[in-house]
Ligand binder design. Structure first.
Ligand code: ZN
Length: 105
């Protein structure tokens, strides 16, 4: 399934491919935002990905990806990654208003 929202081409993908780790359920690589089916309708994961979207406008997508991957070597792809911390803060604030567990983007 594909949707277009605010210039984003949102794609429902069965799996987020490498180099993203298996724990990642959604990812943004402008102009695409990929979601696995279990987070397709997750408002908080969408907010998380929107943070990356804005970050990639600021950095331009290729430098963003290069720096992201370099920092992943040291920090991994999870919550301690400097590009992920603010995105998870947004997602966690969103999740506090709902009862479901936070998934990784
Ligand atoms: Zn993320």
């Amino acid at each position: 399934m594909i949707g277009i929202s605010g210039g984003r081409i949102e794609v429902k993908a069965p799996r987020i491919p490498r180099p993203f780790p298996a724990i990642v359920y959604a990812t943004t690589v402008r102009p695409f935002v990929f979601y696995e089916p279990q987070v397709w309708d997750d408002e908080c994961v969408q907010r998380h990905e929107r943070y990356h979207w804005i970050d990639q406008i600021r950095w331009l997508v290729v430098p963003w990806l290069i720096i992201y991957l370099i920092l992943s070597i040291k920090y991994g792809g999870g919550r301690s990654h400097p590009f992920e911390k603010p995105a998870y803060e947004i997602q966690d604030n969103c999740d506090e208003t709902s009862s479901k567990p936070a998934l990784n983007g």
